[in-house]
Design a protein around this ligand. Sequence first.
Ligand code: FAD
Ligand code: MLT
Ligand code: ZN
Length: 480
Amino acid sequence: MTDLTPSQTALIAQLRALCGHANVLTHADPGADLSPWEQDWRKRVKGRALAVVRPGNTQEVAAVVKACAAASTPIVPQGGNTGLVVGGVPNGSGNQIVLSMTRMNAVRAIDPANLTITVEAGCVLQNLQTAAGNAGFLFPLSLGAEGSCTIGGNLGTNAGGTQVVRYGNTRELCLGLEVVTAQGKVWHGLTGLRKDNTGYDLRNLMIGSEGTLGIITAATMKLYPQPAAQLTAWAAVPSMEAAVQLLGLAHQRLGPGLTGFEVMGQFALSLVDKHYPQLRVPLWQETPWCVLLENSDSESESHARGQFEALLEAALEAGCVTDAVVAENLTQAKGLWHIRESITLAQVQEGLNIKHDISIPVSLIPAFVAETDALLALEVPGVRMVDFGHLGDGNLHYNVQAPEGADEKAFLRECEDKINTLVFDQVKRFGGSISAEHGVGEQKVNKLPLYKDPTALAMMRAVKKALDPQNLLNPGRVLG
Ligand code: FAD
Ligand code: MLT
Ligand code: ZN
């Protein structure tokens, strides 16, 4: 630890006394490799941590925060480190502590009558889904990273995923939080209440704050009855207008049964076909867009199938679907969802790219895509659009891959900023948001002031100053 200041050395000794020697990792440890905590998922940034601290309970988190506050040492909360906007890894200074929440992963309680489950922040989303399932309930949050992201990270980013059209974002699924403040105090807010009008909504302030306002240590989440049947269909649609028309029909005919509505562009699916041919992507060669629909039914499988077949017949007749397959069983359904969830990885296999997670009103998406595609083609000829996402929520991953054969690093260096500006200007023109689900992190921190209402931004800064006056919690993220 020769390159550490005496106060940093003292802080590390103090943290080891609080959490146990083995739960405080530093670069000076024999054979130390902190890269899993320092490298972001997209491999866009590699930071350097002063230490990785892995507390085992809420009291330890509070004591760590107090010690860091006394030493003016910034803290970067981290869950599964699957975030896509460089929000959960340290910067390159070597002065920040990564507070990894993964040891705090217990399911604390299930209350079947209240339809709630209380879990610690480091609980992996898939384990939460399984715990709910074992108790006979559904926890509906679902995303491609569910095998490694944590509920603390989901709350920190207000994650979306593929079931939002019916159940809402993570925010809508949360009833209570336990949070350690920037001063190391514990807010005991795990109420499980569905109604509470006693002042400002601190829960919703914390959710989506990306670790900049407090450290979420536990959460009480909503549970739902498991559906009697869940059916999945894959439809070829001739245009984005047709996809929006199909969404309208699906809402009309399935009502609350519509639990998933994802759109996937031909080039996005071609990447899955190219990099994962064993997944056997259906219908993609004959159509510009495919749609994945899910119908969750509280009656029976035959009722669900009847509804789905009627919907698809009506859509074929209206011309908004040209061909479709309905999964015969759960294995086939999982296979179709696996194709959809593999787009992100196929895009990584294809090479460096520019990611967007924009939202605009569903009705305007066809015009947005047509106009913005044309503008991009003029600005950077040959760019390839990897479009897919949660059309049911008006949230599109409008991603841009370098032209075929281009030098990808040069593409990012020369084009990333101008492409982001072009896309975000269009999003603003169409009344949308530059981030529907991944958040601001470090990646969009310079763009936020250009696209966020200035009064809203000023209120955000005031809140940050009030709750974290020393700017110790995830500095440089969300607000620069
Ligand atoms: P991390 O990456 O560790 O952290 C994310 C942010 O939350 C950071 O700012 C961090 O400081 C903060 N944070 C973490 N834990 C806490 C805590 N306990 N208290 C306070 N702040 C905390 N996102 C979607 O919204 N929808 C998707 O469909 C989706 N699909 C994905 C698919 C893939 C293959 C991948 C790799 C990512 C995907 N993501 C998606 C992004 C990512 O999985 C989510 O943002 C997820 O919520 C991050 O959880 P995490 O535990 O990995 O958090
Ligand atoms: C998704 O919907 O698959 C995710 O948000 C991940 C991505 O944007 O690649
Ligand atoms: Zn998404």
